[in-house]
Structure formats: structure tokens, C-alpha cells
Design a protein around this ligand. Sequence first.
Ligand code: UD1
Length: 429
Amino acid sequence: MDKLIVSGGRRLQGEVRISGAKNAALPVLIASLLTDKPLQIGNIPHLHDITTTMELLGQLGVHLQIDEKMAIEADASDVQQYRAPYELVKTMRASILVLGPLLARFGRAEVSMPGGCAIGSRPVNLHIKGFEAMGAEVTIEGGYIKAKADRLRGTRIVMDMISVTGTENLMMAATLAQGTTVIENAAREPEVVDLARCLARMGAQIDGAGTDTITIDGIDSLGGATHEVIADRIEAGTYLVAGAVTGGNVKVRNVDSHLLDAVLVKLEEAGADLTVNDSSIHLRMDDRRPLAVNVRTAPFPAFPTDMQAQFVMLNSIAEGTGTVTETVFENRFMHVHELQRMGANVEMRGNTAVITGVEKLRGAPVMATDLRASACLALAGLVADADTVIDRIYHIDRGYDCIEEKLAQLGARIRRVPGHMLEKQLAVM
Ligand code: UD1
């Protein structure tokens, strides 16, 4: 298994271009299932989760063509399968998103139950409840969610909790339902808005995306469209934190700063000077050590849970004591144990991490446990006094486009080593 080796001690300096958002690209690709006309999607990031989605769509019968710029044409005119198998769903929970489009267009769908994952139980009850409210018959058999409906009916759905993929799944299904669907307590994440924009280009009648009430007037069929995926706000935030923790000077390009408002406020509190433009954010620390900040995750527009691990890391080398409270997921602090192995001073109090900054972290072998936790360990490696060897980096490849290249471009010393080579190197040391 490949490992990442990060040698700390460099101040990051320079510019990095932000890729398309994973969490926007996945639903938009899956939206191709809603039409028999081709969908052209640009600004797709080069990530494992995209490959998994393409494999899943390919198995369903979607024809996919990808060009050298990572633009994809998806043609679902010949879908013959309606099942998302366990092997794919277990590696990518977002596979659940095929349920709505398949059910709405073909009247049937089967998706493996996702099961547990490293950041909590993450159930899909809200998706199922929504489809049932729209008239689908849903059963669980042999570990699969099986859904059937002649034609979905529009209805009023009040989501018990704010769910990003839950909102997306129901919104996609509602575009082809009979009548009007109103989703209340909908997720307001920019990725939901991006999907709504793509669906509208395909002819869908959607109002209110970006607010907590989305209204969809169902129509008989959708057409093809061309769509550019929005920038990845979490990738942008991660590189800005990398700049902040190394006392560096980092500019992220190709990203709308409004997507990151809650994160930018915290970076300013941490002492960063920020210059924000139409499509770039420039962070300057000028060799200063960040100040500890208090952060509480919650659905958009509040501070994103996908930036939580990175801010635990920031606080772990900051001046003072800061708290990071996780309210979205029940078990998302696996990175804390790894940071403690690197010398971080973190005390867990329920769902709050209380972190007192130390001047330097110590390099150590560490294990990535989930996608954002692995980014936090790479950032920790940037400020550690010796090499940090990160194992299980397949997590990082699920969600960060060319992370070694981008960090190296900013001056970091980081390299990827195949597992067997590393063992040989250690044996001769
Ligand atoms: C999406 C993002 C993920 C991000 C998360 C929260 C994608 C592909 N992934 O995940 O990166 O961390 O939003 O911003 O877009 N819940 C239920 N029942 C359900 C659905 C969710 O109880 O049926 C709970 C979850 O366990 C969690 C909370 O609702 O506690 C929010 O989860 P949700 O917004 O659904 O996360 P995802 O859409 O899976």
C-alpha cells in the first residue's frame, strides 16, 4: 500500500489552482441517469471517487467519454441495470444517489445498504422516508434497499435532519415526479445549488435551491445539457490552512470566496491577512504562528464538518487553547489519536476537542482513517520536526486532486512511496 512521506519545516509559498468539487461532481454525474440525452460535464476533479462513480454508472449501462481535460460526456440512453452493488457502495457512500434518478426514470432501483463507516453510522433513513412519501414501495432485502414505483408523486417532505445527499437524491427524483414536491429543512450547501443549476439546464423546474425550502415541479422528461462543476471549497480551505500553519503565503485560485465565508472568518481570527478577489483568496501569515480559534461545525452556511480535522490540526500548533466541536457526525475525531502520537495536546470532552497548541509537532508513522483526517495528517507533517509517514493514503486519493503535486508546488517536501519500497528503505537504514 502506498504511503506519503512529509518532511516538515518549510513555509508554504505560492499559488495553487483549485479543482472541481468532488461533492458537486458526484451528484451531477449521477444526474445523467435522469435523461436519455447526453450530459456534458466540465471541471471534474481527478479522484478515486470519480472513478468509482464512473464504474458504477458504466455497470448500469451509461456510456461515458472522458477527455484529457477531465470533461465527461455521459449518455444514459441505454440503461439496462438498476442495481448499485455492495462492492462499490462500500467504497463510496454517495452511490446511494443513484436511487432517486433510477426510481424516477425507470420505476425501480436497488442499492446496497451503505453500512457503517469511519465517521459514524451515517444512516440513509431520510432518503428512504422521502421516497416512500413520494409513493415508492421500499423494502430491505439481503442487505439491499429495493425501491419500486409506477410514477413518483410530488408531495411535501419535511426532512428530520439536514442531509446533503438526502436533499440531492429527493430533488433529483422530484424532477420527474407527477406534480409538485416541496422539500423543507433542505440542505443549503453550494453543491446542492450546483446540482439544481445543472438540473435546471436539463429542463427541470426547481425553485429555492440554496434556501431551506426547495420546490420542484415534476415534468415528463429531461433533456441534455452542458455544465461546469463549481470549485472545491474544502480543497481550497485545506490549502489555506496549510499556508496558515506553516506561517506561509498562499493564494488559491479558481474559487469563489463566498463558498468559504465561515472558514475565512476563522482564518482571520487565527491571525491570517486575507485578500479576497472574484476568483481567488490570498492568505499571508508572514512567518507568524496562528492563534487558537474556537470552531463549531454545522450545515452550510456555518463552518463545514469537512474542515473540522484541518482546524484541530491548526489549533494543535497555535498559540493558546481552542475548542473544536463536531455537531454533524457522531464519531469524527479519529485523527485526534494520530495527532496525539505526533505530540499534539488534545483533550476530548464529549463531541468537543480542547486543544492547547504546542510549538512543534513530532514526525511519526500515522494512519489515515478517513478522507479529511488524512488531509489533516498531511498538514501536521508540514510542521513536524522529522518525517511523517502516512499510511492508508487511499483515503486522501478519494478526495484530493494531485495533493503531492499541489503541496510540492507550494514548496512542501512530500513524496509518495509504494509500501514495499518503503519497507526496503527502512530495512537498509
Ligand atoms: C455530505 C458530503 C460529506 C459531508 C456531509 C456533511 C457528499 C458526497 N458528501 O455527506 O462530505 O461531510 O455531507 O456536510 O456530498 N443522516 C441521517 N439519516 C439520513 C442521512 C443523514 O441521520 O438518511 C445524518 C448523518 O448521519 C449525519 C447528518 O445527517 O449525522 C448529515 O449527513 P449528510 O448531510 O446526509 O451527509 P452526506 O450527505 O452523507
